[in-house]
Design a protein around this ligand. Structure first.
Ligand code: CDP
Ligand code: CDP
Length: 224
């Protein structure tokens, strides 16, 4: 395992990336980096300042003043903006509904990629997102492209929200997820796509544990 440095996990919304990436990192003793949380944190700040999410300059001005901190691997997804805990807020539906517009801006992506590469330099990481294998860590030793049908991804989110006691509508989730995937896949800069050397894992009929084990097997083969 010594030579393995970075594991990239990309894929569409709700495929199970953060669930399995966090657990793979924990079992390997790597640091988990949730790049989606960084775009969400910026979106939350933009909404809080009533900035126009389509105005790249306004969004960049906010990003320049922001210190985004992701919790260490022992935490479960702690996200701080300028020292303030925004872990819950960045999952609000208003953030989810706007994050893909923020993530389209070229300057924003350049700055986020710079921050993410900095984090990966300091540690062995499991990083998840949309462009990790293609743009952030093109040299990652293991690249996974995690997918599942849109119906299954919406079902998972639906279950998750009901379990948290949150209101949820399955049909609206299908529409929201499909729309976000469309914007993420069609944007000009670093769109969501499978890296040529990524291994595709279709998790439609797999439990999270089965996905985790299949990724650990891929990692084990690379390392041997
Ligand atoms: O967890 P969920 O699938 O809802 O999404 P996320 O990973 O939190 O990412 C939220 C959004 O951030 C995505 O829909 C993308 O628009 C953007 N994103 C991105 O453009 N590039 C990344 N590396 C990660 C996220
Ligand atoms: O990060 P991403 O948006 O790709 O997905 P996630 O937030 O990790 O997973 C969405 C939901 O699906 C979570 O509630 C997971 O527990 C669940 N899940 C599942 O039921 N089966 C899997 N194979 C993977 C995730």
């Amino acid at each position: 395992m010594e030579q393995l440095i970075n594991i990239a996990i990309d894929g569409p919304a709700g495929a199970g990336k953060s669930t399995v990436a966090r657990e793979v990192a924990s079992r390997l003793g790597f640091v988990y980096i949730d790049t989606g949380a960084m775009y969400r944190a910026l979106t939350y700040e933009a909404l809080r300042h009533q900035a126009d999410v389509h105005n790249e300059e306004a969004v960049m001005n906010l990003l320049k003043q922001m210190q985004i901190t992701l919790g260490s691997e022992a935490d479960t997804g702690l996200v701080l903006v300028n020292g303030k805990d925004v872990t819950e807020e960045i999952r609000f539906s208003e953030v989810t509904g706007n994050v893909s517009y923020i993530a389209r801006h070229e300057q924003v992506r350049m700055e986020m990629v710079r921050k993410q590469q900095e984090l990966a330099k300091a540690n062995r990481t499991v990083m998840d997102g949309r462009d990790i294998g293609t743009a952030v860590l093109p040299e990652a030793e293991v690249k996974i492209f995690l997918t599942a049908s849109v119906e299954e991804r919406a079902r998972r989110r639906h279950e998750e929200q009901l379990q948290k006691g949150m209101p949820s509508d399955y049909e609206s989730l299908i529409t929201e997820i499909a729309e976000r995937d469309r914007i993420d896949s069609e944007r000009e800069v670093a769109p969501l796509r499978k890296a040529e050397d990524a291994i595709e894992v279709d998790s439609t009929n797999m439990t999270a544990e089965e996905v985790i084990e299949s990724i650990l097997e891929i990692v084990g083969k690379k390392a041997s």
